[in-house]
Design a protein around this ligand. Structure first.
Ligand SMILES: *[C@@H]1O[C@H](CO)[C@@H](O)[C@H](O)[C@H]1NC(C)=O
Ligand SMILES: *[C@@H]1O[C@H](CO)[C@@H](O)[C@H](O)[C@H]1NC(C)=O
Ligand SMILES: *[C@@H]1O[C@H](CO)[C@@H](O)[C@H](O)[C@H]1NC(C)=O
Ligand SMILES: *[C@@H]1O[C@H](CO)[C@@H](O)[C@H](O)[C@H]1NC(C)=O
Length: 629
């Protein structure tokens, strides 16, 4: 219902007020320039040109009430401009307008420089995305089409239960012998270590010693470890050894050491989220994934680096390095799980991905990893960026190990309403000769050729979708969800001490300017994207670049699984004259439809059964004399 307009003539705006109105209609400050972004997780250049928006014609017909409202804001905030902030007349006016409006967002706490940055970000990123999404899904009234991708479930039956499902049918590993060197033990697979434990060639205590030594030896250089959990590790190792003495063997993870990304809570130890602000935080919570691993007899040896608040590879203690080339960084945000697994500091680790945080560091550090179907592993006790995007997944030495770990950690929990019992079939029972697998232009042809030789039908492939702003849907979803979880952190100004000022702080301030309705239009656009991807997913799986940003955003918005598989090495750029063993790793992603993780894993296993890129050891002792590491 609309109230009848009052017949009062609007007051004549005096010049500054007119100017203000123009700015309120999204005029862009002339010199708006954005700083370059250096984040390697995003890896996208800051667009060099600013998007200029035409003035909406309706801007000239503001009602009297609007006029008086803006006039009031103007009066109230005119004095608020600090004296040293007079460099750009137009920007200051815009900042005044924004400052005035922020009280309607109940977020009246940003200073002028932050408001200016928010204004630039809103114009450059938010507004074009709003328009794209509206054009795509919201031109029609009535909500008959394009339902949101977010679904409300009224069921109260969310109790945790570890269902009595059949476990996977692992291949038998036999005739494994204990190597004499610790280093050779450190690079064995879970399958091999499990066999050493089961046949009592090694105790869990001995394995724990090997990995604790390596964690302590390499963490000062690689910076991939936040807390070594010695006491807990020795306690859990003793329990594993005692059980085995009593003739009780819990399965392949019995007695096997591992690490957790430090966004996963374990009681009595710090859970720092990689952030200065939370450096001393101890959460009395047993994360679901930790509970599961504990019940399999696995031994927690370390809380591993997460980039600060699960973004990139910078954390309160420094920046995590890539074991394959110590001069390089690991990318993130599962920096610790990737780098530590790569360096033989743990046999496997659990990391997480919202957008690229498993795929990027796994690719950079040359380890095999799985980003499972969304909802497969309950996230109870894990710091949350976005309820509809975050996933937990394993970093391992092989796809077989990823299957083993996934089998033990998957499941639904009451603490995570999005989790479910995903009905994954047994990857060890997939007949790959019955599969048709697509390959994108970006696929590594070696994988295509190897799988083809193994009898898989390979066809050129392309995903077909009309949604243009896949990356901005990801941004809107992730940033608003994150801000909801770190609202108070921002209000208290703690973002001022965040480790990488050009990352979360900027994105989360910009997220303040995303209206709820535009967030929901983004979820409707996401729903359309999901339907289109489903429609065009005409193959059983496809092979493509694991770190292509568009594909990373798409895969996460859809919730599809991807196996990240090392597929080779190339020389580093600018190698030292004295020679080097450092390498750049090459990786491929094997993507499957949601709930078909077993297909991606089966293909990765088939590839790894006849290649050995995944078994190569990084030159972590090649620190180089000419580098200041
Ligand atoms: C706004 O706050 C930030 C962080 O404390 C500070 O660096 C900046 O100088 C402030 N800007 C103004 C105009 O006060
Ligand atoms: C891609 O999708 C569009 C729109 O749905 C459709 O018109 C077109 O035929 C599709 N192309 C292919 C190659 O499937
Ligand atoms: C998404 O946000 C990142 C980080 O601020 C930015 O670099 C990127 O350009 C944004 N992309 C879009 C499409 O908004
Ligand atoms: C994969 O994507 C990354 C990031 O966009 C890019 O650097 C790399 O060259 C791509 N690889 C291939 C084979 O297209």
């Amino acid at each position: 219902m609309r109230l009848p307009r009052r017949a009062l003539p609007p007051p004549r705006p005096h010049p500054p007020l007119l100017h203000l109105l123009v700015l309120l209609s999204f005029a862009v400050p002339e010199t708006a320039a954005a700083p370059p972004r250096t984040s390697s997780i995003v890896g996208m250049a800051w667009p060099t040109k600013c998007t200029w928006l035409p003035l909406p014609t309706s801007g000239m017909s503001h009602s009297y009430t609007l006029f008086s409202k803006y006039h009031k804001i103007w009066k109230e905030t005119k004095e608020a401009v600090s004296a040293n902030d007079v460099s750009r007349q137009e920007t200051i006016s815009g900042v005044i307008a924004l400052k005035g409006s922020m009280k309607y967002f109940d977020a009246d706490f940003f200073n002028d420089s932050k408001l200016r940055e928010m204004e630039d970000g809103a114009i450059e990123f938010n507004v074009p995305a709003f328009r794209d999404n509206r054009k795509l899904v919201a031109l029609e009234n009535g909500g008959l089409h394009n339902p949101s991708a977010l679904v409300f479930k009224s069921s109260w039956n969310g109790e945790s239960k570890i269902s009595k499902r059949k476990s996977l049918d692992y291949p038998i590993t036999s005739s494994v012998h204990r190597p004499s060197k610790d280093e050779d033990i450190a690079f064995m697979s879970i399958m091999e270590l499990g066999e050493l434990i089961r046949t009592k060639q090694v105790t869990s205590r001995e394995l724990t010693d090997v990995f604790l030594r390596r964690l302590k030896r390499y963490s000062p250089v690689i910076k991939s470890v936040i807390t070594v959990t010695d006491d807990l590790a020795y306690k859990q190792a003793k329990e594993a050894d005692d059980l085995l003495e009593q003739g009780k063997y819990l399965g392949l993870l019995h007695g096997i050491p591992y690490g957790l990304k430090d966004i996963i809570a374990v009681p009595e130890y710090k859970t720092t989220w990689g952030s200065k602000t939370f450096e001393n935080q101890v959460l009395d919570i047993e994360a679901y994934v930790y509970k599961r691993l504990k019940s399999t007899g696995a031994v927690l040896v370390a809380k591993l680096v997460t980039g600060s608040l699960a973004y990139d590879d910078i954390w309160f203690g420094g920046r995590t390095r890539n074991p394959w080339n110590i001069e390089e960084f690991s990318t993130g945000s599962s920096a610790g799980p990737a780098a530590s697994t790569s360096a033989g500091m743990v046999p496997f680790a659990i990391g997480s991905e919202t957008a690229g945080s498993i795929t990027y560091p796994a690719a950079r550090c040359g380890v095999t990893a799985l980003r499972p179907t969304f909802g497969t592993v309950a996230r109870t006790g894990v710091m949350s960026i976005s309820e509809s995007l975050d996933k937990l997944g394993p970093f391992c030495r092989s796809a077989i190990d990823c299957a083993v770990v996934l089998d033990e950690i998957r499941g639904k929990d009451a603490g995570d309403p999005s989790s479910r019992e995903v009905d994954i079939e047994d990857p060890f029972h997939v007949d790959i000769t019955q599969l048709t697998v697509g390959y994108l232009d970006s696929a590594e042809m070696e994988v295509v050729n190897v799988l083809s030789a193994k009898g898989v039908k390979l066809v050129p492939f392309k995903l077909n979708y009309t949604v243009e702003s896949v990356q901005s849907i990801l941004n809107i979803t992730m940033d608003v969800d994150m801000l909801a979880h770190f609202d108070n952190w921002q209000r208290e100004g703690l973002d001022n001490v965040y480790e990488a000022q050009d990352q979360w702080p900027v994105e989360l301030r910009r997220a303040r300017l995303i209206p709820a309705v535009e967030y929901l239009q983004a979820q409707r656009a996401r729903g359309k994207l999901i339907r289109e991807v489903k429609e065009s997913f005409t193959v059983d799986a496809f092979i493509g670049n694991a770190t292509d940003w568009e594909l990373v955003c798409l895969g996460n918005l859809v919730g599809m699984p991807v196996a990240v598989v090392p597929t080779g090495f190339k020389s580093i750029e600018d190698p030292p004259k004295s020679g080097t063993r450092r390498r750049t790793t090459i990786t491929t992603g094997i993507y499957a439809p949601p709930d078909h993780d077993h297909i991606a894993l089966a293909l990765a296993m088939a590839y790894q059964s006849v290649t050995d890129h995944h078994k190569q050891r990084p030159p972590i002792d090649d620190l180089g004399s000419d580098n200041d590491v």
